[in-house]
Design a protein around this ligand. Structure first.
Ligand code: PEP
Length: 247
């Protein structure tokens, strides 16, 4: 296993034409000495070009999703093996936009995490409660159940991350308080240790949801926060670098 160093991963979502690669190059050029691992997850169309452009440097390239199967009649989908073949080393699975927009269940997410491992990719498995679930006092129960259902047993002894992304904080400018983040991350850690023992102690738990340069340092230094999954603020090199400097 790799050392449990923090991971700052940018999720470009469905943003980025070829010109956006300049932002990724600027991240690589501006990184300097950081204790963090840094990754950019561009749209699938840019994975190979970005991996070539960043080859030999410190910035890793990841996918945003993968199909559970290695190949077959799945029009429009991308296999984990294809991402690896294109130069990716990580892949996000179970993002709330996939869970909500494509009906992905915990079981599907677990299948995708297994596919990532099969292809030699490090999965970033996302969990997070909706606003109604938080307001109903069910955030911890929902997130713990998602983690149990989305993390396959095969992750034991392997490199993986969990990303806690409250659905209501994604792209909204809202963030949980630091104690709220710590409470959920501590609950996720307990699930990880229960499921995976030592592996579960070491897996980074990223926070995601409206992370910006202004709030990054406080979030990244909260208990059990092992990095960040960053959406909007990862699209501009200056903002993404500002977050990385918060580690
Ligand atoms: C995300 O979609 O993973 C995310 C964290 O988005 P944002 O940073 O824009 O809230």
């Amino acid at each position: 296993m790799t050392q449990p160093v923090p991971l700052i991963a940018g999720n470009w979502k469905m943003n980025g034409l070829a010109a956006a690669m300049d932002e990724a190059r600027a991240v690589a050029a501006g990184l300097g000495a950081t204790p963090a691992r840094v990754a950019i997850c561009p749209p699938a169309t840019l994975v190979e070009r970005l991996a070539r452009a960043l080859a030999g440097g410190a910035v890793l390239v990841g996918g945003q999703d993968c199909h559970p199967k290695a190949s077959g009649a799945f029009t429009g989908d991308v296999a984990a093996e294809m991402l690896a073949d294109a130069g990716a080393s990580l892949v996000i699975v179970g993002h709330s936009e996939r869970r909500a927009g494509y009906g992905e269940t915990d079981a599907v997410v677990a299948d995708k995490a297994r596919a990532a491992l099969r292809a030699g990719l490090e999965p970033i498995v996302c969990v997070g409660e909706t606003l109604a679930e938080r307001e109903g006092g069910r955030a911890l129960a929902v997130v713990s159940e998602q983690a149990r259902g989305s993390l396959p047993a095969k992750l034991a002894g392997r490199d993986f991350c969990v990303a806690y992304e409250p659905v209501w904080a994604i792209g909204t400018g809202l963030t949980p308080t630091t104690p709220q983040i710590e409470e959920v991350h501590t609950a996720i850690r307990a699930v990880l240790v229960e499921m995976f023992g030592e592996t579960g102690r070491r897996a980074p738990i990223l926070y995601g949801g409206s992370v910006k340069p202004a709030n990054a340092a406080e979030i990244l230094h909260a208990a059990e926060v092992g990095g960040a999954l960053v959406g909007g603020a990862s699209l501009k090199a200056e903002d993404f670098l500002g977050i990385i400097r918060g580690v």
